[in-house]
Design a protein around this ligand. Structure first.
Ligand code: NAD
Length: 386
């Protein structure tokens, strides 16, 4: 198959969908890869590196898309880019199935087979394709570095001739993929870490990373669904949780929040009152900003200072570590391409649970039920889902 890899057009996006390292895997399977000139440079991959790996490089527009059977991207295409994707072409990317649904109506009408990386099931077989996990790993790591940079204190304990420095105290709220990586990173640079999640099953993982698990008496079945994802908690649970977080926040130098519930606004867990009670100079990095934020004072994409507490809510944080974020994402995408076209040509086998789950549009139809329902109701929020 002819594969096209465009330069990402979204503001601030530095990642690229395919890196030179994975090209051999694709060409071995009989694919030809054409990369738009400059597509990888913001992530540290030169045109020459792609050419050396066996890719063709081309200009944007018709040159890139002509004869393309597959278009591999990081972010959603804009309207101009959608117009260039031909009928029967496979489009793979982080297409944000919960965002503006009109994209999928257009893709279906154009006959594009669109596959959204967010919809890869969280199963063992699909692990190689799990871009949510790979990008969350990047985000959790980077959040700690952002916090350490903003904090006017050391993270590690130091014993120097000028006295002993006590280690920073970090509270991580939400111990999913991003939270666990944040715990590991904060521990690696010497902080004392406490972590909290409503799913009691993560307690052992938190402890194995050398952090203390802060417990709230939540029944496991109330906290997570059959797929292992967090459920939205009752108002009473959230109130008790906020009280608990308030108590732990008072002693923290840094709070990293990562709490998400699929298809819902992020739970609001750190109140303005809690921020007011924190030590001056403390730092909150809110990774849930794209879903509304876990802190009441979060402004997504901005840094605000309230009562001498700095609240940072970076958006598209994985793009800040573009080299490795691209490398990991490219491996996820190449694994999906291999599944979709194992012998060089497309085998759209909907009895495969991964293909059935990721495919949003095919054969002129919207296959993904929540997207179909949202289009039918024409309500941008109805049936919001991963
Ligand atoms: P996520 O990004 O959806 O959510 C982040 C974390 O926030 C979760 O751990 C969740 O429990 C927590 N959370 C939600 N509400 C909260 C609240 N009110 N207070 C505190 N914490 C709260 O999570 P994720 O990282 O995508 O992981 C979700 C699930 O998927 C987990 O069970 C994880 O083990 C599983 N998973 C499985 C695989 C696999 O099998 N291949 C891969 C990755 C993740």
């Amino acid at each position: 198959m002819q594969i096209a890899v465009p330069r990402e057009s979204a503001a601030g996006e530095r990642r690229v969908a395919i890196v030179p390292e994975v090209v051999a895997q694709l060409t071995r399977a009989g694919h030809r890869v054409r990369v738009e000139k400059g597509a990888g440079i913001r992530a540290g991959f030169t045109d020459k590196a792609y050419e050396d790996a066996g890719c063709e490089t081309s200009g944007a527009g018709a040159d890139l898309y002509s004869g393309a059977d597959m278009v591999l991207r990081v972010q959603r295409p804009d309207n101009g880019e959608v117009a260039k994707i031909g009928s029967g072409t496979v489009l793979v990317g982080l297409l944000q199935p919960g965002a503006d649904v009109s994209l999928f109506a257009r893709l279906a009408a154009q006959g594009v087979i669109s596959c959204s990386m967010e919809l890869v099931p969280r199963t063992t077989r699909a692990q190689m394709m799990d871009a949510l996990s790979s990008q969350s790993t990047v985000a959790g790591y980077k959040a700690v570095l952002i916090a350490a940079n903003a904090l006017q204190k050391f993270f590690p304990m130091l014993m120097t001739a000028a006295g002993t420095v006590r280690p920073a105290k970090v509270l991580v709220i939400g111990a999913g993929v991003a939270g666990l990586q944040a715990i590991a990173t904060a521990r690696r640079i010497g902080a004392v870490v406490e972590a909290f999640d409503t799913r009691p099953v993560v307690k052992e993982q938190v402890k194995s990373l050398g952090a203390t698990f802060v417990e709230l008496d939540v029944v496991a079945e109330d906290a997570q669904d059959a797929g292992g994802y967090a459920r939205e908690l009752s108002e009473d649970h959230i109130r008790r949780e906020k009280d608990l977080i308030h108590q732990r926040a008072i002693g923290a130098d840094v709070i990293i929040t990562t709490a998400l519930v699929p298809g819902r606004r992020a739970p609001m867990l750190v109140s303005a009152e809690t921020v007011k009670a924190m030590k001056p100079g403390s730092v909150i990095v809110d990774l849930a900003g794209e879903q509304g934020g876990n802190c009441e004072l979060t402004k997504p994409g901005e840094t605000v200072v309230h009562n001498d507490v700095t609240i940072i809510a970076p958006l598209h944080i994985s793009s800040d570590l573009a080299f490795h974020a691209s490398q990991m994402y490219a491996k996820n995408v190449a694994a999906l391409v291999t599944l979709l076209a194992p012998k060089g040509s497309l085998e759209l086998n909907f009895s495969d649970d991964i293909i059935a789950a990721v495919c949003v549009t095919a054969n002129g139809e919207v296959r993904h039920a929540p997207t179909r329902e949202r289009l039918a109701s024409a309500s941008p929020m109805a049936g919001l889902s991963r």
